[in-house]
Design a protein around this ligand. Structure first.
Ligand SMILES: NC(=O)c1ccc[n+]([C@@H]2O[C@H](COP(=O)([O-])OP(=O)(O)OC[C@H]3O[C@@H](n4cnc5c(N)ncnc54)[C@H](O)[C@@H]3O)[C@@H](O)[C@H]2O)c1
Length: 354
């Protein structure tokens, strides 16, 4: 790890905290990418990384991503992220681990607000809460902001409406068909919004139970895991895993729009050109799926959590998506590039007026 400062310079981080508490087995890295817009906000991931370098790489990359996600969502928050190098299924000593992590978050005096992420759960965050108030996404009855997934789903729904407006000139979803990959926490709420709006929805998932429930309750069509890429639909909506828009799947997709909740949907930036050549309108994932983090940020408003504030901000995802798609045309740049530019421009303005 001789190149930590080099990495900070490469990604533009303000601070990286290494937490080492061998007595409880805690090895954590908290990366604060930017506080130009306000306290950094982003989840804590627990993972058995193959190396400490891999953990550092992950946390610096993800915290930078949170800077742009929070910025484009119009939040007064910068980007941060934490990772704990441990087995996510750890049972013995879990309480002590997260309490100690809470102390580390507390030591940053509000510069970093943590939250649940891959490998963590609400109970972990309750242990964190014992040592710091800078933890979001806790249950509503404990002064938190509750489950973010319903808000993420509304945000995705709003982005889909905006994309239809741009692509078809109207946002009437009763004329549209959607293939949705992943009927999980976000997917199931999204199916409800889509079917209520009259859209024809085709779904797939690795869990048969989830599919059965969705079919029974909403009358959606179920297809196989691989068949989803061949569905003849207007909109492909990834709500499961990352990097599923790649050269192989893109050849098969017949949609006009890609718009979903999953993080890091594109294999890498080399796919931009292929998406444009197929005349597919790609809605950048970090714009589309910001409903959850908006709801987390709502917990830290003056006067405490305010659901109506979340609702207004999540409604704004419609306008933000429109802005990104229209600016992308004006700038002659791919939608994701435009979204990054808009996010960076807001941060730059904040820096200039500071
Ligand atoms: N929950 C949120 O508020 C939120 C916020 C922002 C981004 N996201 C992202 O959205 C996505 C969905 O989040 P979630 O909370 O609903 O997760 P989840 O784990 O509840 O749901 C994911 C679903 O996808 C299914 N799945 C996994 N692999 C699959 C595959 N190969 N093909 C089809 N289905 C598959 C799982 O069985 C599960 O039902 C994730 O990428 C997540 O990072 C979620």
């Amino acid at each position: 790890m001789s190149n930590v400062f080099e990495k900070c310079n490469e990604y533009g981080h303000e601070q990286i905290l290494f937490v080492n508490k061998p007595e409880v087995g805690l090895k954590a890295i908290i990366a604060i990418h930017s506080t130009a817009l306000g306290p950094s906000l982003g989840g804590c991931r627990v993972r058995m990384y193959e190396s400490e370098e891999a953990a550092l790489e992950d946390v610096v990359r993800l915290s930078e991503g949170m800077t742009y996600k929070n910025s484009i969502a119009g939040l007064d928050n910068g980007g941060g992220k934490a990772c704990i190098i441990a087995d996510p299924h750890l049972e013995v000593g879990r309480e002590a681990l997260f309490k100690e992590f809470g102390k580390a978050v507390s030591s940053l005096n509000g510069g970093y607000i943590t939250a649940e992420d891959m490998g963590t759960n609400p109970s972990d965050m309750l242990y964190v809460k014992e040592h710091t108030d800078f933890v979001s996404g806790l249950p509503l009855d404990l002064g938190g902001s509750g489950d973010p997934s319903p808000w993420t789903a509304i945000g995705v729904f709003n982005s889909i409406r905006a994309a239809c407006k741009v692509r078809y000139g109207d946002e009437d979803l009763s004329k549209r068909s959607v293939s949705l990959q992943g009927v999980g926490h976000v997917g199931i709420y999204l199916i409800e919004h889509l079917t209520k709006a009259g859209a024809k929805v085709i779904v797939t998932d690795t869990h048969q139970d989830a599919l059965n429930k969705a079919k029974e309750k909403y009358g959606v069509e179920v297809v196989g895991l691989d068949e989803i890429y061949d569905a003849d639909v207007d909109i492909f909506c990834p709500c499961a895993i990352g990097q599923i828009v790649n050269t192989q799947t893109l050849q098969r997709l017949k949609c006009d729009i890609i718009c979903g909740a999953a993080n890091n949907q594109l294999s890498d930036s080399s796919i931009y050109k292929e998406i444009e050549e197929k005349n597919i309108l790609y809605c950048p994932d970090f714009v589309v799926n910001s409903g959850g983090v908006i709801n987390c940020a709502a917990q830290f408003k003056d006067g405490g959590y305010d659901e109506s504030w979340t609702a207004r901000k999540v409604e704004d995802i419609y306008d933000t998506t429109l802005q990104v798609l229209e600016e992308s045309k004006l700038r002659g740049k791919f939608t994701e590039i435009t979204a990054f530019e808009l996010a960076k421009e807001r941060i730059q303005k904040a820096r200039e007026s500071a």
